[in-house]
Write a protein that binds this ligand. Structure first.
Ligand code: GLC
Length: 810
């Protein structure tokens, strides 16, 4: 409690502290191009002032620009963010004239003007300028700050930047990258927990991406002070960026996640509903919560143990009084279909007097962060005085990962890493830490260049540790902070939000921005961490959370209990409706998460990701899409009972009634408290199943496909299935079913070697097609197998024997 107050106070400090990166005025522009040389991957420019610029073509739509200014020594060519460094050779052309050099790929023309040195990215096909330097790249030799300024389009929109407590379109905004512990953040609090220095520009339907791979504190301004340029500055390090050509936003996200890595396929249970609080103890209370869930017919897959399960907040220990038999608890919960996740914080209790093996081992092996004077840095977190591991050391990561055995041996299913900005009650701004040095592959890199990567490397240590400890299980790690690439190791929740409608209204823009920044597995504490909230907030929170991949109810130590039944039967009923809907839609959600894992394109999408040609969608951040098929228009204001919904052009169906709804316009629709306006895009086929109490309760039977034909009478969809738990899917043990409907005929065709148990398909045809006979694989189906529901949809029930199926509606 005392400490909570302490972190709350610190958030205020962060809000006001001067932690902005250098501004542009002190930067000296790079010299003009003096000579140009071809390299295996592109060009190397030598500048008159001694600077050099290397342009590398990694793919036709991906060019890296790495600049070394005069007097700057090159760091190792290594980045903690980058997952892929080897790229197939991409052909490129070079054209030179007196004024410029042009590096050409199949998709891009990079025009480099010699004096002053200005870089311009053009679409190879149309010649259209996608992005261009407004001023030469620059550096301040005294401070080491580097900067770039790009021209800003009058109609340009800006997306991405990972986790920002801000709206979807970042135009005219100014944002700092400096991982910060900011409990109770509100719209405008900046920076908060994560730093992803990636943004996507979109103008007139054409998109590109810019990823500045520099972990120093940096600032992005999208026409904040001038409307001429989008400015980037970092306090140190190299100006090292990747340009990604679209024109599709999806393509940019896909490339970016190829570069920085994609989310591993999560275990199915991690998409289930989860309950947490700061903190559940003793073990009997944890059992009680699980029992209550079952008694109240509320689905649940996971309970989280927050910091009080530990002995005096010492990581990798158990409080023996509160949890005398963790393995027994895990077994007993497992019988109820509930898994346990434990929190693991980076601060290791400073206990030089002995008696705490984790501290002793880390000290003996020299794994703790040291300062320039050689002393280990001692900060203050939950355990009191604490030290922090240097996760840039491979050995230290392995050691940390191995310590998770104390948890996995007890049957813990996943790890929640927290406070990894890293938080320090002595100084939340990081000023006090400037003298810390990270090993960083022997480079002894200053703290200011590494803070933002701390969580990434801790999550990596955790993820890889779980992989070693349970080689056949998909690791599940949750994180609060992160840097580019964090999606390879951990899922993200948006930290200590408030139990307020203002905070709830940030869900859509934050989740959508995180998805565009490569992180598809995201969620926020339901119904908000700080403050009491009320039943109405709970209801509206579940209406969004049911569609956010990480689906957890959590609350602060001093907050009233927030399990759904605490708000009374009426509100609990609304929560139940949406938790059950979540479980019904699991086949669709899991399929869409598999797509995110394979392509990088997130499940939770801003409308603009699916409809970037429709200018109306560019700034919509109070509606969202789930994959390609569902559009939700949640309510995030108290007492609001109707709202406007914009449906892009095309036909739509009301999810609840199956009624057709016209696209290409805004509708005013009722939104009573128990209702989420939810629409299906015509042309979609959505797989679903029956609600269940947890993801492993029973097989998906019947497996239902809802067909929503478009104007031409066609629809497509897919279903991805595997064992939901192991890595067998990497060896082809999955079943991917392509479902398509056209000309009155539905075909289902599966690939992969995963065998699903004998079950039934339930096929529901929406729309107004008149049907007098149903023919299955050439045989007329007895009318007992099909019927029209009251809502007018036609339902067919048929056995799934794993073989291709063709169903004709005549
Ligand atoms: C931080 C986390 C919060 C957790 C608390 C105690 O505030 O963000 O989720 O409950 O620490 O561990």
């Amino acid at each position: 409690m005392r400490l909570l107050v302490c972190t709350l106070a610190s958030s205020l400090l962060v809000g006001h502290a001067a932690i902005l990166a250098a501004d542009h005025t002190s930067l000296q522009p790079i010299g003009a191009v003096a000579s140009v040389a071809r390299t295996a991957q592109g060009l190397r420019l030598q500048c008159a002032d001694g600077a050099s610029v290397t342009l590398s073509v990694l793919a036709p739509d991906l060019v890296r620009v790495r600049t070394l200014f005069a007097g700057q020594t090159a760091a190792l060519d290594h980045s903690w963010a980058i997952a892929r460094t080897e790229w197939p050779k991409t052909p490129f052309t070079v054209q030179e004239n007196a004024d410029a050099v042009t590096l050409g790929t199949g998709e891009l023309h990079v025009v480099i003007r010699r004096a002053p040195l200005l870089i311009e990215f053009r679409d190879a096909a149309t010649g259209r300028v996608l992005n261009a330097d407004a001023r030469p790249m620059a550096r301040d030799a005294k401070t080491g700050a580097v900067g770039a300024a790009k021209k800003l389009g009058f109609d340009e929109h800006f997306y991405g930047l990972g986790e920002k407590a801000a709206r979807l379109d970042k135009r005219r905004g100014k944002f700092t990258m400096w991982n910060s512990d900011t409990p109770g953040y509100v719209e405008g609090t900046d920076p908060i927990y994560q730093s992803i220095p990636l943004y996507l520009g979109l103008e007139h339907g054409v998109a590109y991406g810019l990823f500045y791979d520099n972990a120093w504190r940096s600032t992005f301004e999208f026409g904040h002070l001038t409307q001429e340029s989008a400015n980037y500055t970092a306090d140190g390090g190299e100006l090292d960026y990747y340009f990604i050509a679209g024109p599709a936003l999806k393509k940019v996200v896909s490339r970016y996640t190829e570069l920085t890595g994609r989310m591993p396929l999560p275990p199915l249970w991690s998409l289930g509903h989860q309950q947490s609080r700061y903190s559940y103890y003793p073990d009997k209370l944890v059992e009680h919560i699980a029992d209550k869930y079952r008694a109240h017919d509320l689905p649940l897959d996971v309970i989280h143990l927050d910091i009080h399960y530990m002995d005096g907040y010492r990581v990798f220990t158990w409080d023996k009084t509160r949890f005398p038999d963790p393995a027994g608890l895990a077994r007993s919960l497992s019988a109820k279909g509930v898994r346990l996740i434990t929190i693991v914080d980076p601060g290791v209790k400073f206990q030089p007097e002995g008696g705490y093996p984790v501290y002793d081992e880390g000290a003996e092996k020299d794994y703790y962060l040291r300062q320039t004077d050689g002393t280990v840095y001692v900060g203050e977190v939950w355990p009191g005085k604490s030290v922090f591991v240097d996760y840039t050391k491979e050995e230290a990561r392995r050691w940390w990962g191995d310590w998770h055995r104390t948890l996995t041996d007890a049957g813990i299913a996943g790890i929640w890493t927290d406070m990894n900005e890293p938080a320090d009650f002595l100084d939340p701004t990081g000023k006090r830490h400037e003298h810390i040095r990270f090993d960083d592959l022997g480079q002894r890199t200053p703290y200011n260049g590494m803070r933002n990567t701390f969580a990434l490397n801790m999550a990596r240590a955790t993820y890889e540790g779980l992989q070693r400890l349970q080689p056949d299980r998909r690791p599940f790690v949750i994180t609060r902070a992160g840097y580019a690439g964090i999606q390879r190791y951990a899922v993200k929740w948006t930290g200590d939000n408030n139990a307020t409608f203002a905070s709830l209204s940030l869900n859509v823009p934050m989740f959508a921005s995180l998805g565009l920044s490569g992180q598809p597995f995201i969620g926020a504490d339901i119904p908000g961490f700080i403050g009491r909230g009320d039943g109405e907030l709970l209801a509206r929170s579940y209406q969004i959370a049911a569609f956010s991949p990480f689906f957890r109810n959590h609350t602060a130590i001093d907050s009233y209990d927030k399990e759904p039944w605490r708000f009374g039967a009426y509100y609990e009923g609304i929560a139940r409706k949406f938790i059950k809907l979540r479980y019904q839609l699991l086949p669709f959600l899991y399929t869409t998460m598999e797509e995110a894992h394979r392509t990088g394109v997130p499940l939770f999408r801003p409308l603009v990701l699916n409809f970037q040609e429709d200018e109306n969608t560019a700034t919509i951040d109070d509606q969202f899409m789930v994959g390609d098929a569902l559009l939700a228009a949640p309510v995030t204001r108290a007492a609001q009972r109707e709202r406007e919904v914009y449906l892009p052009a095309g036909n739509w169906f009301d999810f609840w009634t199956g009624a057709p709804v016209e696209g290409g316009r805004t509708h005013v629709v009722p939104a009573p408290l128990d209702h989420l306006p939810l629409y299906v895009r015509a042309g979609s086929i959505i797989p679903s199943t029956v609600a269940m109490s947890h993801t492993g309760e029973k097989p998906w039977d019947p497996l239902r496909f809802d067909i929503y034909p478009d104007a031409s009478g066609a629809a497509t969809g897919s279903l991805y299935e595997d064992d939901g738990l192991t890595s067998a899917h990497e060896r082809g043990v999955f079943r991917r079913t392509a479902v398509s409907f056209s000309g009155g005929r539905l075909t289902l065709h599966s690939e992969g070697s995963h065998r699903t148990p004998a079950r039934h398909f339930e096929i529901v045809l929406h729309g107004d097609r008149t049907v007098s006979a149903v023919i299955a694989n050439g045989q007329s189906l007895a009318s007992a197998h099909w019927s029209r529901t009251a809502k007018g949809a036609l339902t067919v029930r048929i056995a799934d024997d794993g073989q291709p199926l063709s169903l004709e509606f005549r």
